[in-house]
Structures are given as C-alpha cells and as structure tokens.
Design a protein around this ligand. Structure first.
Ligand code: FUL
Length: 449
C-alpha cells in the first residue's frame, strides 16, 4: 500500500515536473508577441535600379529620395494599427542608409540632402514620435564590401551593428537575414559574436533569424504560418540560412527552445518598390487574410511596405493599410460572449485553467449570429494546447462547429455563419493544464466576404 502510494506520488511529481519544464517565453519575447502587426521597410539603391537584389556596384549617386518623409510612412502604419517598423539599414548590395563610419558606400555619398541625410535616424525619430517600436535589418551577405569572404568582415559587420545599436535609441528587433546568393564567396559569419553584441547593447531587443535565437522565420514569404504552429523548436543544428522551412513553419511540440514564428510577407509582389507593381498591391481584404494566416495561427505579421523613389509610401499602399485596419476593427469590435470577465478582458494574465477534455460552456446572452472565434492561451506559462474543438448548441444537442490544433498566443477560427445561444470549448489534447486567457465570438465585417 505504502509503496504504491509513494510511487503514485512520485509519478504525480514527475508529471508535474515534465509539464513545467516546458519552455516559456523570455520577457522580451512576451513583450513582442502581442504586437501582432509589425512592418518591414525595404528601401535602398534597388528602389532606383528596379532590382530585388543589388550586386554592390551601384553608385550612391542614384539614391535620391527627394521627398523622403519617414513621418508619412510611420503615420500610415500607426493609423493602421502597426506597432513596430523595421528598416533595411543595409541590404545585400551593401549600401548603408545611415552614414556609417565603416564605409563610403552609404547615404553620405548620395545627392540626397547633399550627403547629410540619415534614413535610419529619420525612421527611428518618426517611430518615437508616433509611439511605434523600431527595428533594424542589417544584411550579413554584403556584395559591396571587399572584406566580405574574409574573417575581418566579421569585424566590419560588428562595427556597423554597434553603430546601429548605440546611436538610434531603443531597438526592439534586429533582423539577421540568412539569404546568400549561390555564387557568393564563402563566408563564416560570427553569429555568436553578433548576437552577444545585441544582448549586451540592446538587451530588450528580440533577434530574428532562421534559427532564432528569439524569433524564427516562418519558412515562407507567402504569409502562411502553419495550421499547426508551435512556438517551440529545437535549435540544435539550425543556423541562419540553414533550416528546414517545413520544420520552421510548424514548430515542434518537443522543442526545447521558445522561438516563435514571424511571418514576413510583402504588400506587393517584390520586397522593393517597382512602379510596375503599382497595380498589384494587396487589397485591405487580402491583408486581413494574411492576418488570419499569421496572427490567427500563433505567429506575428511582419508586413513589408516599400517606400517609392520619392521616399514616400504610394497612395495605393496607404489605402490598403487603412482598409485592412478598418475591416479588422469592425470584425473584432463586438465580442458576443458576456458574463466571462476574465476571458474577455484582453489580458492574458487573467485566465481559467482547463485540463484536457474538461469542457467550458460559454453563454452568448441569447441567440446570436457569428462566424469567427478567437482563442488565446496565457503564453507566459508556455503553449499547451495540441488540439481542441468548439461545439454550438442547436436547441437539442451539441454540434461540432470546428476542430483545431495549436492555439498559443492566438487561434482564429473562421466558419460559415451559425446562430446559437451557447458554445462549448474542449481541449482534446494538451501538454499540461491550459491557461485559457481569452475567448471571443464575432460576426465578421461584410467586407471580409
Ligand atoms: C530575403 C532577402 O533576400 C529579400 O531580399 C528580403 O530582404 C527578405 C525579407 O529576406 O532573405
């Protein structure tokens, strides 16, 4: 008796230990995830050569955004609910949008503002003014710098990184792109050194790459997080530019590191502005779909909006951004769930704990018509839902409305319109008790159809 009692206790303790050994976000990751909609700004000499990848031979003299107004970019983003902007301080062509002391290949040798301009500063200042967070992209692959391909390039890169990390105020994200052309020189990047510098100089910044350490690539540039999307992966063997995109897309329930997925996608076919793509700008409705496929699948949307040759967002892009936010606001304005204050207060820290197969019934306060459901876990405690289902009461019994897999920060469900007065949510497979933070039931804007 006594032995079996002890064994049972041991088993319970082990189970508890296993549950709580699962990875959880660091404070910087916890602050990043609820940003939901963030923006990328691709801008460089490519904007003037009409290319996507410059070869490094471009003359700084072609860079001349005569009407550049970073406040116009950031205000458009702010009005559309974006919470952060990340600028390509240096893309693969090596041209620097700030007057780096490390090279002549920068804005300082361009006609723009007679070489006295600094795009990075203008964006950082505008972000501060409008209350957006600010991030930088600094391409490791550099097709201009002669040191590229030798160990001393790492010193060059680190000096540039230091300039960006020390001269522009708080930086919330640093983007380490793994891209490198097939015929590029061999180069062993000192990522460990780059990352240590960011931790030292901007400890609150998250770092993005294919392999984290804080935020991972979602595995495609089409705006699709996995239907199943874990914020955990095993980073062993992964490196920027060397990762299995399917693995990154879904994450790994057995992953030992918390490295959530960021979904980077452009509002236009290319990353840089091309006038030929002025008629191919995603509509507001199209952007809303991207929101469902990224934020609604436990990821974060990093939407690229490229400034044009004058240094402005094109009107078409601004109009789509506006429509995007207006549709989202309309859809998610009115949560039909009543009498569940903890689950509707928009605070992840107030939650109801549910075990696997413990159903939660929610009342809608009378017969309501709806076609969207939002579910959120308190990710401060990790990610625990592997699958679940939502049912509705049809007057006589429960009918399955939809099944789903992972939840994490947010899971959005879309389905044909249903009318009911009651819903039942059940997590059918979990990796431990689920801290259900939020549940919302909505009727989508007619503009989503
Ligand atoms: C890729 C780059 O090669 C593209 O030009 C773009 O910057 C995209 C966000 O990342 O790896």
């Amino acid at each position: 008796m006594r032995i079996s009692f002890r064994l049972t206790r041991l088993a319970v303790m082990l189970a508890t230990t296993l549950t709580y050994a699962q990875p959880k976000p660091a404070p910087r990751q916890l602050a990043w995830q609820p940003l939901e909609t963030t923006a990328f700004l691709h801008f460089t000499v490519n904007t003037y050569t009409d290319k996507e990848w410059g070869d490094g031979t471009e003359s700084p003299s072609i860079f001349n955004p005569t009407k550049l107004d970073a406040r116009q970019w950031i205000k458009a983003l702010k009005d559309a609910g974006f919470k952060m902007a990340i600028i390509t301080a240096k893309h693969h062509d090596g041209f620097c949008l700030w007057p780096s002391k490390m090279t002549e290949h920068s804005v300082k040798n361009s006609p723009w503002k007679n070489g006295k301009g600094d795009v990075v500063r203008e964006v950082a200042d505008a972000c501060r003014e409008f209350g957006l967070k600010f991030g930088v992209y600094l391409s490791p692959w550099d097709r201009h710098e002669p040191r590229y391909g030798t160990a001393s390039y790492n010193d060059y890169y680190k000096s540039q990184l230091r300039e960006l990390l020390t001269n522009y105020g708080p930086i919330s994200e640093v983007w380490f792109d793994g891209a490198k052309g097939e015929n590029a020189k061999d180069m062993t990047y000192d990522f460990a050194g780059y990352w240590a510098m960011v931790r030292e100089l901007q400890p609150n910044a998250v770092m993005f790459s294919d392999a984290g350490p804080d935020v991972r690539w979602v595995g495609n540039e089409a705006g699709n997080a996995g239907e199943t999307c874990w914020s955990t992966i095993n980073t062993d063997g992964l490196a920027p530019g060397k990762a299995d995109s399917k693995y990154l897309n879904r994450g790994d329930p057995a992953g030992k590191q918390w490295v959530p997925a960021e979904t980077d996608v452009s509002i236009r076919p290319g990353w840089f502005y091309h006038s030929s793509e002025d008629t191919k700008v995603r509509s507001g409705k199209n952007l809303v779909n991207l929101y469902y496929q990224s934020v609604g699948r436990n990821s974060l949307l990093l939407l690229n909006v490229p400034p044009n040759r004058e240094g402005l967002f094109a009107d078409s892009d601004v109009a789509s951004l506006k429509e995007f936010r207006s549709i989202l606001d309309e859809t998610f304005k009115n949560n039909l769930i009543t009498k569940q204050p903890k689950l509707t207060d928009k605070q992840l820290g107030t939650f109801t704990t549910l075990s696997a197969n413990q159903p939660l019934t929610v009342e809608l306060g009378g017969e309501k018509t709806f076609d969207r459901i939002s579910i959120q876990e308190n990710i401060a405690n990790g990610q625990h839902v592997a699958s679940g289902r939502v049912e509705y009461w049809d007057g006589a019994g429960w009918k399955t409305l939809q099944t789903f897999t992972t939840v994490g920060y947010k899971r959005l469900l879309s389905f044909p319109v249903v009318s009911s007065n009651r819903l039942r949510l059940t997590f059918t497979n979990t990796s431990g008790p689920v801290q259900l933070a939020e549940i919302g039931v909505f009727k989508a804007s007619s503009r989503e159809e």
